[in-house]
Design a protein around this ligand. Structure first.
Ligand code: GLU
Length: 485
């Protein structure tokens, strides 16, 4: 059997859309699953859209996600070059071969002429399709124009009757009436190939066996097949992928929020969680497993389990998955990653980050939510006395006042401010007082944090704040309660 060769062929736009990343992922997984090759090809024939540094964004994203390519611009391979602009001279001879065969033709229509005909067509409510105007030029007329240096493009000569059918792995058998196919441009006036032409030439020359790409190419594929057939080349297997959606109506697009890999990484999603979740948007393993490392994905990936209905990229589900990944991280790695987020609000505060990280790890959904969750350690929030009211803990502002009066001298008496000393001394005092634990610990935590929900309980927070800050906050809260009494 032929070696499986897949390719990811992004245009360097300067960012990596998650839909594109998922396409790369499926190509990577399928190649690895089959012991084949994953090829990276940069499609930059649209020079007007050139963006400085954009290729590096592609390299960095794929590498950091663990999708190393076997052949590509930077590492070479037997089918190079792998950047389309470096291949620009090889396309024209192929286009000329098609002209010889009658499968393509020169077109000298100017932009103005085309615009005019398009407008006339649209005025009649019809969709404009190139009208084969230049197909009627004789060989001599064509040569004369070429000799005179008249600018030209080369177009595909599509049949106008009959239909074209092909088989797609995801969508099955697809049939298109030939009169819907337009005589697309193969070579542009600047001598560069269009995507429509270059993808076929390159996929053939690079021995690509499976073309996996977005479903926006479904309706152009019959035209690509006309090219393959005209050359007498073998048609690759097509695997068109459904669009990644934000919800049933909207594509995942920058216009409607985050859509690029970098957006998610900057917010503090883990790339492992992102990849894991992306794999499931558009594919399923056939059972209810949800967690996969890259190696496990390689193992179970199957193109026959790609969905043919659009995948919804559910942010809540991603958050859930990210939370799970963070919870399972190596604690040292978590500390390293969370430190800059702590620093945003706690820099210079002399807080035990290691302890705080232990308390935060299981509660972190996305790293960018961390600063808000720990900011109370830097500054006591304003809070409402009603926070002291808690039915189950059997407290209210009056109970709280008494409880804090009990605790204040106990805390004052602790010389070595550790969590276990805090715990032992306070618990002993509670036991001696005959009060319920909750009726003391709940108010104590409110009094020093100002929040109903915190990472860790009263002792952990008192420890993190340190003796001085804890006592300061406690006394202030007691004043507040006294004023209310
Ligand atoms: N350069 C095309 C794009 O970025 C690639 C499509 C394909 O994979 O053939 O959409």
């Amino acid at each position: 059997m032929k070696e499986v060769r897949t390719r990811f062929a992004p245009s360097p736009t300067g960012f990596m859309h998650l839909g594109g990343l998922r396409t790369a992922l499926y190509n990577y997984l399928y190649a690895k699953k089959n012991g084949g090759k994953f090829i990276l090809r940069i499609e930059d024939t649209d020079q007007e859209r050139f963006v400085e540094g954009a290729t590096e964004v592609i390299y960095d994203t794929l590498r950091s996600c663990g999708m190393d390519w076997d052949e590509g611009p930077d590492i070479g391979g037997n089918y190079g070059p792998y950047v389309q602009s470096d291949r620009k001279d090889l396309y024209l001879p192929y286009a000329k071969e098609l002209v010889e065969k009658g499968a393509a033709y020169y077109c000298f229509c100017t932009k103005e002429e085309l615009d005019e005909r398009r407008a006339a067509c649209e005025a009649k409510g019809e969709v404009f399709k190139y009208d084969k105007h230049c197909l009627s030029l004789s060989k001599e007329e064509v040569q004369a124009k070429l000799d005179a240096g008249v600018p030209y493009v080369i177009r595909l000569n599509c049949p106008t009757t009959g239909e074209t059918t092909y088989e797609d792995v995801v969508f099955g058998k697809l049939t298109f009436p030939n009169d819907t196919l337009d005589d697309m441009v193969l070579i542009k006036q600047d001598g560069m190939p269009t995507y429509n032409f270059a993808n076929v030439i390159d996929d053939h020359l690079m021995d690509i066996t499976h073309v996996m790409r977005g479903m926006e190419y479904l309706s152009s594929t019959p035209k690509y097949n006309l090219l393959y057939n005209a050359f007498g080349w073998e048609i690759p297997q097509y695997v068109h992928l459904t669009t990644v959606m934000r919800d049933a109506q909207h594509k995942l697009s920058k216009r409607h929020g985050d859509a690029y890999y970098s957006d998610f990484i900057e917010k503090g999603y883990l790339k492992e969680a992102l990849i894991n979740y992306l794999a499931l948007v558009g594919w399923n393993p056939g059972d209810d497993r949800e967690f996969f490392t890259m190696d496990e994905l390689v193992e179970v990936f199957d193109i026959h389990r790609l969905n043919n209905s659009p995948g919804i990229f559910d942010m809540n589900k991603l958050d859930w998955m990210n939370t799970q990944y963070i919870a399972k991280m190596d604690p040292e790695k978590y500390l390293e990653m969370v430190t800059p987020w702590f620093d945003k609000v706690l820099a210079g505060k002399n807080i035990d980050y290691k302890r705080l990280a232990e308390l935060m790890q299981g509660r972190t959904e996305v790293f960018n939510r961390v600063p808000d969750m720990v900011a109370f350690l830097a500054e006591m929030p304003e809070y409402d006395l009603e926070l002291y009211t808690h039915k189950k803990m059997k407290t209210n502002p009056e109970v709280a006042k008494e409880s804090l009066e009990l605790v204040l001298p106990v805390l004052e008496g602790i010389s070595d401010w550790t969590e276990s000393n805090l715990h032992d001394a306070v618990m002993e005092a509670i036991a001696a007082s005959g009060k319920k634990n909750g009726a003391v610990l709940w108010p104590l935590r409110i009094a020093i944090s100002g929040l109903a929900s915190t990472p860790g309980g009263a002792f952990e927070i008192a420890y993190l704040l340190g003796r001085e800050e804890t006592m300061l906050r406690l006394k202030k809260s007691m004043e507040k309660l006294a004023e209310n009494a």
